[in-house]
Design a binder for this molecule. Structure first.
Ligand code: NAD
Ligand code: DAU
Length: 346
């Protein structure tokens, strides 16, 4: 079972596993919220080793039923409410999906695998935001104490604690990964990089929060998928692994870099797109800096990022310019109506 497989990162994980492991039968469990879109995996959804189930992980009975129906052997859990700004507007969806939904999955796995725990894996995909905010120096390691500061990161931290609690209390075979900011194709355009690409393309203001001095550590989404693959198969049981590529950028430097890249790609005069930068009110409780030390993952499992940020960003911009129909679909809300029509009665 892969949860959240119609979302940004989940779709890359589903695609990688379906193609690389044709002997695995993958059940993609996703509620299809505004962030879930079956178009994200349309290139692989007809493969014989794939099945989609529109299920809300908050629905404990429905989750138990999926475990029984498919005799689920392993879980990679990505389904979540993922956007910090939305969590500030309304925390309760984050509590329900990220905390209650995760505990429902853990409970179903425990019930279903009892007596045979050693032959299964429950891999929980989490975030570096659980560690809080860094100052000028230092990196998050797996030993950094949890210090979540937004409703989103508090809900992810709570889910991580439940994952570890089920390991220690019931011996559930869990693995946990905490990754830095991802970028790449199929990223919902409410997040910084796809939002900026969209707005640059359409000559709309580029809303930079505060002074743009906050720092994020960016990783190519397919490198996150390869890290999940490595940890799921070879990581030690009960362990956390940090995932990141030592690639820190202030938001303003990143937005300027995107402007210059897109000036070249769109044939605009140098400096043209930067004029769109607009400083807006800062995010409440805005974490200053995230940066990941991934040496445990590199040393134990031999994982390394596959491409440079410049190359990944260039590919990402190309993907968005070539897939405007996808962006229009996810931003117009038309796809929501389509899926209500397709799956509303299920
Ligand atoms: P996303 O918002 O793009 O996708 C989330 C998916 O989960 C969607 O398909 C959505 O429909 C589904 N979902 C939401 N609520 C659900 C529910 N109640 N039941 C079933 N499905 C539900 O998120 P993403 O950016 O792909 O993140 C995936 C996971 O990775 C999350 O757990 C997130 O916390 C974690 N993560 C994200 C990043 C990042 O930079 N995006 C970095 C580190 C970790
Ligand atoms: O670190 C991992 C996390 O990265 C994931 O767990 C989250 O799911 C994911 O959404 C992401 O969280 P961020 O809050 O870091 O990502 P976001 O793209 O929302 O913002 C990145 C930075 O850009 C942040 O400092 C806020 C800033 N920002 C964002 C938006 C949307 C702006 O300045 N302007 C904007 O319009």
């Amino acid at each position: 079972m892969i949860t959240g497989g119609a979302g940004f990162i989940g779709s890359h994980v589903v695609r990688r596993f379906l193609k690389k492991y044709p002997n695995y039968f993958i059940v993609n469990v996703d509620k299809l919220t505004y962030a879930g879109n079956l178009a994200n995996i349309k290139d692989v959804c007809t493969l014989p080793n794939y099945q989609f189930e529109r299920v809300d992980i908050v629905d404990a009975q429905a989750i138990q039923a999926i475990f029984k129906k498919y005799n689920i052997t392993d879980v990679i859990h990505l389904a979540a409410e993922s956007h910090v700004d939305r969590s500030i507007e309304g925390p309760m969806d984050f509590v329900m999906t990220n905390v209650v939904g995760t505990v429902n999955l853990l409970q179903a796995a425990k019930d279903s695998w009892s007596g045979d725990l050693q032959n299964h894996v429950f891999h929980h995909v989490s975030t570096d935001e659980v560690y809080g905010s860094l100052g000028e120096d230092g990196l998050f390691t797996e030993k950094t104490p949890y210090d979540p500061r937004s409703p989103y990161s508090a809900s992810k931290a709570a889910s991580d604690h439940f994952i570890k609690a089920f390991y220690h209390t019931y011996g559930l075979p869990i693995k946990l990964s905490n990754c830095s900011n991802n970028y790449g194709s199929h990223h919902f355009p409410e997040k910084l990089i796809p939002l900026m690409i969209h707005n640059i393309q359409h000559n709309k203001p580029l809303p930079v929060y505060g002074k743009g001095e906050n720092i994020r550590d960016w990783l190519w989404v397919e490198d996150h998928a390869s890290a999940i693959d490595a940890i799921f198969h070879h990581g030690r049981m009960g362990e956390s692994y940090n995932v990141g590529g030592l690639n820190e950028w202030t938001n303003i430097e990143l937005v300027k870099h995107l402007c210059s890249l897109m000036d070249q790609k769109l044939g605009r005069p140098k400096g043209e797109s930067e004029k769109l930068i607009t400083f807006v009110q800062d995010r409440a409780g805005h974490d200053k800096r995230y940066a990941i030390d991934a040496s445990k993952l590199e040393e134990e499992l031999g994982w390394t990022p596959s491409i440079s940020f410049e190359e990944g960003l260039s590919k990402t911009v190309d993907w968005y310019l070539e897939n405007e129909a996808w962006v229009n679909q996810v931003t117009s809300g038309a796809y929501q109506a389509y899926y209500e029509n397709m799956y509303g009665s299920k």
